[in-house]
Ligand binder design. Structure first.
Ligand SMILES: Cc1cc2nc3c(=O)[nH]c(=O)nc-3n(C[C@H](O)[C@H](O)[C@H](O)COP(=O)(O)O)c2cc1C
Length: 156
């Protein structure tokens, strides 16, 4: 299984989560990382799974990420399994409705992607990080859940 992990990261925390997820998913085949700035439709060639993660900025996608979706052809992800995550502060249930992961998930589906798991959030303690203890472990577990849903998880 060939996985593409697309990410944007201002301070490096989302990139760290993306690397963890890429490493875990890559164990079932290959895993490649791509900065969202450099993403083009040809990156999806031969790809079986696309995971995308960004920080939440002002209860939305970071501004720098939005042009990516305008650039890609309408059905660039036709039937490719997709999963979305973000990093953000720990927020109240109400504010938690406005995470970048939820926006990303909708955008990926609009491009024709098929959602494998619900959008997930990994938490930072401060604006520039670090991540809370245990978040990297949780990222690895989330990636294993994706593998299990796709039937690629190894027992044990
Ligand atoms: C301009 C800006 C706006 C932000 N807005 C939010 C927000 O609305 N909700 C939130 O939980 N975190 C917010 N944050 C905190 C970021 O989510 C945090 O910086 C990010 O998780 C760190 O990831 P990174 O190291 O990959 O950039 C904001 C950060 C910045 C720089």
């Amino acid at each position: 299984m060939n996985t593409l992990v697309v990410y944007f990261s201002k301070f490096g925390n989302t990139k760290m989560v993306a690397e963890t997820i890429c490493e875990t998913l890559g164990s079932a085949g290959s895993g490649r990382m791509k900065d969202s700035d450099q993403l083009t439709a040809s990156d999806f060639n031969e790809i079986d799974l696309v995971v995308m993660g960004t920080p939440t900025h002002n209860m939305n996608l970071p501004k720098a990420v939005r042009p990516v979706f305008e650039r890609l052809p309408k059905k660039a992800l036709k039937r490719i399994p997709v999963a979305a995550f973000d990093t953000s502060y720990k927020m109240s249930w109400w504010l938690n409705q406005f995470t970048a992961a939820k926006r990303l998930s909708r955008k990926l589906r609009k491009l024709g992607g098929v959602r494998v798991v619900p959008p997930e959030t990994f938490h930072v303690t401060e604006r520039e990080g670090p991540l809370y203890d245990g978040e990297i472990v949780r990222a690895r577990e989330w990636a294993h859940t994706i593998l299990a849903r796709l039937g690629n998880d190894k027992p044990g």
